[in-house]
Design a protein around this ligand. Sequence first.
Ligand code: FDP
Length: 339
Amino acid sequence: MSRPLGITVSRHIMDSQRLHPEATGDLTGLLNELIVAAKTISAEVNMAGLADILGMSGKTNIQGEHVQKLDEFSNNTIKRRMARCGYLCAMTSEEEADIIPVAEGYEGKYTLAFDPLDGSSNIDVNVSIGTIFSIHRRRSPDGGPGEEADLLQPGRDQVAAGYIIYGSSTMLVFTTGDGVHGFTLDPSVGEFYLSHPDIRIPEKSKYFSVNEGNWNYWQEPVRRYLEYLKEEDKATGRPYSARYIGSMVADFHRNLIAGGVFLYPRDGKDSTKTYGKLRLLYEAAPLAMVVEQAGGKAVTDDGRRILDIVPDDLHQRVPVVIGSSKDVDTFLDFTNGKK
Ligand code: FDP
């Protein structure tokens, strides 16, 4: 079988860089390093089901090496690779409480926020999981280590954002502010090839993704919106169907391609849950940039644009409603009291 001469992700990034004569190539270099980390994680995720058979689920493997849990492995893979890539000044990860410094002498002009393995409750059951990333230009002067303020920037100032989904195939989906493009990993050659150029999310959908187990904890407009989606009305394409995997990357990706609206509203189960569950810097903001670049919308459950929120904490949580633009608009009608 002859292979198609596909466009690799490196070629795509280089071609995009050519459109910006002022570009130094740093963002290209940064993305390429991140892609190597993603391929490493993908290979490990694909081995996950074999862990027990190969005796690698305990603390030591057959070589006597320490074996890490997959989320720990993913975090370390990104952290170690990116700390010496020379393009970053600081990082933050879902797995670490504090700002992550880069190696001395390797400080660059960007920051990276990442969720190394999103959907962790699905790791052991062979359901899609993913890595989410967000890149900003540092605010502090170039040179020397970055500061927390370099990471606490609103999503609208991201220079690139995206995710890698480890599913039936591994896909990289990202934007540098010039549309959203998807690449599928050919594991036999270890390359991501352009498979989904210029992704556009359908304007209106027939799917909603939400954990309805939290129904009793939601606010009234959220409940009424969900009730509305479930009512029968042929003219507006209702009732909608439910699709909820419980990995944000997987739910989001499905909706991006097939159309849909994903919600994780505040649920008030306890006092710490008044802002929902998802994290702003490395879950909500990057996916909000992707969805907006694809023609969709992302807001909070009280109608604020996610990309406009200025973070005050690295691990800040935020309620999220994200997806097809008309479906998010209908949600806003409920929060604004128009419906
Ligand atoms: P998880 O806790 O499994 O890591 O990031 C948090 C997250 O997954 C999202 O990926 C997912 O959308 C959500 O939590 C699922 O939460 P619920 O189990 O409360 O529905």
